[in-house]
Design a protein around this ligand. Structure first.
Ligand code: HEM
Length: 461
């Protein structure tokens, strides 16, 4: 007994053992809950518990509705796990500067894989060339160049609109698409560089391009084996663009276009691929938005009458033939009400979602957004925030009266062209072509809508 007591006494004499027995467990007891408490708070609330699949099925059915439902359930910053990816959404205007300006997020890394999947551009070529391609498009379509491009488009639109005939009944989207495709392709690529003059060849191009565009969103993600028809159209288009680049390289042209500038900027083997992407970017948003501007205008007789009055003041009475209708870029500047209509349609029917990749983790609203997440912003929902756009769901062109358009400034909170270093480089050209086309249509045609204004489909991203 005496020996046992002696041994225990000796243990208490050793400070290291005292620390191990008393201080360390005490420290752990105090710090552990704080540490784990913080860890629980660290990441944004999340949906998608099924391994790998996450919430891909619900998200895939109606992405825009699912985003809004998740925001209501989870709060202003949340993560959706979708097919092995973490998509972290920011939804409050106060956080958008971080989306566009933070050096912890990257545009190029976010789009490189989609670019590879949709246009077969290698990772190496993309990172080497992307910035130059962006700057070339931005320079070629900058406001000082619009005068000349507007004059070209005016002639092209007149030729195409004449084909609508005097009286008829047709699907508006098909009419708009055909007239604009041909005119824009001839303007950005050169006269008949793409098959725009031969009816049969053009129809084949249109069919492939429409399919490529319709399934583009899926093409960014899914292996081509699941998208056989889309893949066939993509290959058909790439072969066409390869032939076009081949021919154009051998010719000296006086009227060089955006296509020629792109060919000079990129590495030769990928020139057709960049050309295809450029055409897609130029047509994918502008054509549906032109359709919507016309739908909104012809659905509201008061707005239509105001636009007619504005138009007649600038280009005269309604009697002129389309081919005598010379509307310049300066004329378009004198049609503010028309520009408001275009911008209001872009606000309501612009991009569903834009994306960046998080390259370095950062903190937002107390949450850690980890490196590797895709950071997501939905202009569609941002434009339906009543705090920023009162009566957000209504088509109200007059709200644009508050924007200083003479200084090329949009309304605060308007995000349809993205933002930051890689904001849409074609935006001024896009606005000009839509304004010009709509001006010519309403000047020349009385259109009666055969049904109510269609709803936005939540599947469009
Ligand atoms: C109303 C029409 C248009 C809308 C709503 C629109 C919208 C957008 C948006 C949201 C982006 C992504 C920007 C970001 O993530 O910050 C974008 C990128 C782009 N847009 Fe547009 N766009 C339009 C017309 C055009 C036109 C007419 C062209 C060219 C001829 C064009 C060329 C591009 C290109 C090349 C990019 C990719 C930029 C890059 O990779 O750096 N867009 N556009």
């Amino acid at each position: 007994m005496a020996t046992d007591y002696y041994n225990i006494f000796l243990l208490w004499e050793r400070p290291v053992i005292v620390f191990a027995l008393l201080v360390f467990p005490l420290g752990v007891a105090v710090l552990y809950p704080i540490y784990w408490g913080r860890r629980r708070e660290m990441y944004p609330p999340c949906r998608g518990w099924i391994p790998w699949l996450g919430c891909a099925v619900q998200f895939g059915k109606a992405p825009l509705d699912f985003i809004e439902e998740s925001r209501r359930k989870l709060g202003p910053v949340f993560t959706l796990k979708v097919a092995g990816k973490r998509l972290t959404f920011v939804t409050e205007p106060e956080d958008f500067d971080c989306f566009f300006g933070s050096d912890c997020v990257d545009f190029q890394k976010a789009v490189q894989l989609p670019v590879r999947n949709t246009a077969s551009i290698s990772e190496e070529s993309f990172f080497e060339t992307h910035q130059n391609v962006h700057d070339t498009i931005k320079g070629e379509l900058a406001p000082p160049r619009l005068q000349k491009l507007c004059a070209k488009l005016n002639v092209k639109f007149a030729q195409q609109l004449t084909k609508w005939g005097k009286v008829g009944r047709s699907d508006l989207m098909s009419l708009v698409r055909r007239s604009m495709y041909v005119s824009i392709l001839d303007t950005l690529f050169g006269e008949h560089v793409l098959p725009t003059s031969n009816q049969e060849a053009y129809l084949e191009f249109e069919a492939h391009f429409v399919r490529y565009d319709d399934q583009f969103e899926h093409g960014t993600e899914l292996p081509e084996i699941f998208l056989r028809e889309w893949s066939r159209s993509k290959k058909w288009l790439l072969r066409l663009f390869a032939a076009v680049v081949n021919t154009e390289e051998k010719q000296t042209r006086l009227d060089e276009t955006l296509l020629h500038a792109i060919i000079k900027t990129v590495d030769r083997p990928h020139a057709p691929n960049y050309a295809l992407l450029m055409v897609w970017a130029a047509l994918a948003n502008a054509i549906p938005i032109t359709f919507w501007v016309l739908v909104f205008i012809y659905s509201d007789q008061t707005i239509l009458a105001e636009l007619m009055e504005e138009l007649e003041q600038v280009i005269g009475g309604r009697g002129k033939d389309l081919t005598d209708l010379h509307i310049t870029q300066d004329d378009l500047q004198k049609l503010p009400k028309l520009k408001w209509c275009v911008l209001e349609a872009v606000r309501l029917r612009g991009a569903g979602v834009i994306t960046r990749q998080v390259t370095r983790s950062f903190t937002l609203r107390g949450y850690t957004i980890p490196s590797g997440d895709m950071l997501m912003l939905s202009p569609y929902w941002a434009h339906r925030n009543e705090r920023v756009f009162p009566d957000a769901n209504c088509f109200l062109p007059s709200r644009w009266e508050n924007a200083d358009l003479s200084k090329n400034q949009f309304l605060k909170g308007f995000l349809s062209f993205g933002g930051g270093r890689y904001q849409c480089p074609g935006r001024w050209f896009g606005l000009m072509e839509i304004q010009l086309f709509v001006a010519m249509v309403i000047y020349k045609y009385n259109i009666t809508m055969m049904g109510p204004v269609p709803d936005v489909v939540s599947t469009c991203f």
